[in-house]
Write a protein that binds this ligand. Structure first.
Ligand code: NI
Length: 182
């Protein structure tokens, strides 16, 4: 089922999300809905708070980057209760978007590599390093679980420059090709 995506201004996006365990009701259905919702909106990542659930879970789909990175073919993953244990490498700039900010793209600096402990859909625990675009998506989605949004990683000058655009989103004055909610 495709779920509506909560946009900037929704209180759920600013909350710190809660850990879950394997007894979480309808977990597999929810994960399937997350992947379906992400695909429908052509996103490369989606965190549970973005569909109104304040839980520590996100999905990513890096398969659109497979042209330049063949190892990313069909690269789809779910992260439950992730913890970023280490960040490494120089901070690099990348023009990010976010489904909760329709049509807004901004340059954000983040580390190149991250080491993450997380549980998969079967609640198997993993401890892995990720780099490149996958590390980028993980850091963006992880921020959502902390109630932190990508515009908060911009310089104060840049934030002032886009303030009116942000305000318009909170008022529902935007267009998106997917279902949204405030
Ligand atoms: Ni986002």
């Amino acid at each position: 089922m495709i779920l509506p995506i909560y946009v900037y201004g929704s209180p759920v996006l600013k909350k710190e999300a809660e850990e879950i365990d394997k007894t979480y009701p309808e977990l597999q259905t929810f994960i399937a809905d997350m992947f379906e919702t992400m695909a429908n909106s052509e996103g490369v990542g989606l965190a549970a708070p973005q569909v109104g659930k304040s839980i520590r879970l996100f999905v990513l789909d890096a398969s659109i980057f497979a042209e330049d990175n063949p190892e990313l073919k069909n690269y789809r993953k779910v992260f439950i209760n992730p913890i970023i244990l280490e960040r490494a490498g120089e901070k690099v700039c990348y023009n990010e978007g976010c489904l909760s900010f329709p049509k807004l793209h901004e340059d954000v600096y983040r580390e190149q590599r991250v080491r993450v402990e997380y549980f998969d859909a079967n609640f198997e625990k993993h401890d892995e390093w990720f780099d490149g675009i996958v590390a980028r998506i993980i850091q963006h989605e992880y921020d959502h679980l902390e109630g932190k949004l990508f515009v908060e990683r911009l310089s104060s000058i840049r934030r002032k420059l886009i303030a009116s655009k942000l305000k318009r989103i909170t008022k529902g004055d935007f267009s998106a090709s997917y279902k949204t909610k405030l």
